[in-house]
Design a protein around this ligand. Structure first.
Ligand code: PIT
Length: 237
């Protein structure tokens, strides 16, 4: 049994490296600079490994994305450009980026070792009190507030994209800016992606999206947190 800490987080834990002006390094092999270790994550976005920078010993996460097509490259370039403007303790930080010019792009990211918040929601070993959920929700809102203040929409908010810093602690960071977009309220923006359970109606209906589109998903996350406290009425048979 793991009782999730429900004490208020005090102060900020700064990312393990200073702010960096990341430029994608082209035609270089990331493995010449970073020692790859075990796999720690896998998804539509690619595969994530633990790794270590050879020069400094710094431990990081390496996200590999297949970039066979031009469109894949453009997507990763957008992600890097957006991540550079998102320096905040609630958001995963970008350290470096490599494009081997063949098929693979690698983003070096802050290493976050506590696992997905999603795991804690579904795993009965974790005791998640309402107070602990409230502390998570506030941090999620702080992260999204910062993203929105930079005129960026995340567009894929869900528990899988929220990582815990430690196993039993209550600090989190938002990850995955693979679908994020710069938002200009004076311009029309429509998208057709996201995760069905968390996506807002305006996305499904291919209508204009905005800051509220992320907030819908944050609302669903709050609902999912509440599920142990909600008694569901079984439908009539
Ligand atoms: C970690 C630890 C871990 C997963 C990740 C990072 C993944 C991060 C990630 C970041 C993105 C993205 C997809 C995944 O598009 O278990 O330190 O920007």
């Amino acid at each position: 049994m793991i009782v999730v800490d429900e004490s208020e987080p005090v102060g900020e834990i700064e990312p393990p490296f200073e702010s960096r002006d990341v430029q994608i390094r082209r035609g270089l092999n990331v493995r010449d600079f970073f020692e790859m270790e075990e796999e720690i994550g896998r998804g539509k976005f690619g595969t994530v490994f633990k790794c270590r920078e050879k020069k400094t010993g710094l431990r990081l996460a390496a996200k590999f994305v297949q970039a066979a097509k031009k469109a894949d490259r453009i997507n990763v370039e957008r992600e890097v450009e957006i991540m550079k403007s998102l320096r905040n303790p609630r958001l995963i930080q970008l350290y470096d980026a490599f494009d081997d010019g063949k098929k693979e792009i690698c983003l070096l990211l802050e290493l976050i070792e506590g696992g997905e918040l999603f795991e804690r929601v579904i795993d009965d070993d974790f005791v998640l009190t309402e107070r602990a959920c409230a502390i998570f929700m506030r941090q999620i809102c702080e992260g999204i507030q910062f993203i929105h203040l930079q005129h960026v929409l995340h567009l894929d908010m869900k528990p899988e994209n929220i990582l815990c810093l430690t196993r039993a602690g209550n600090r989190i960071k938002l990850i995955d800016f693979g679908l994020a977009r710069r938002y200009d309220p004076s311009k029309k923006l429509q998208v057709l992606f996201g995760t069905p359970e968390f996506v807002a109606p305006e996305v499904v209906n291919f209508e204009l999206i905005g800051y509220g589109t992320d907030m819908w998903s944050v609302g669903i996350i709050g609902y999912v947190f509440m599920h142990p406290f909600v008694r569901v009425q079984s439908s009539a048979r």
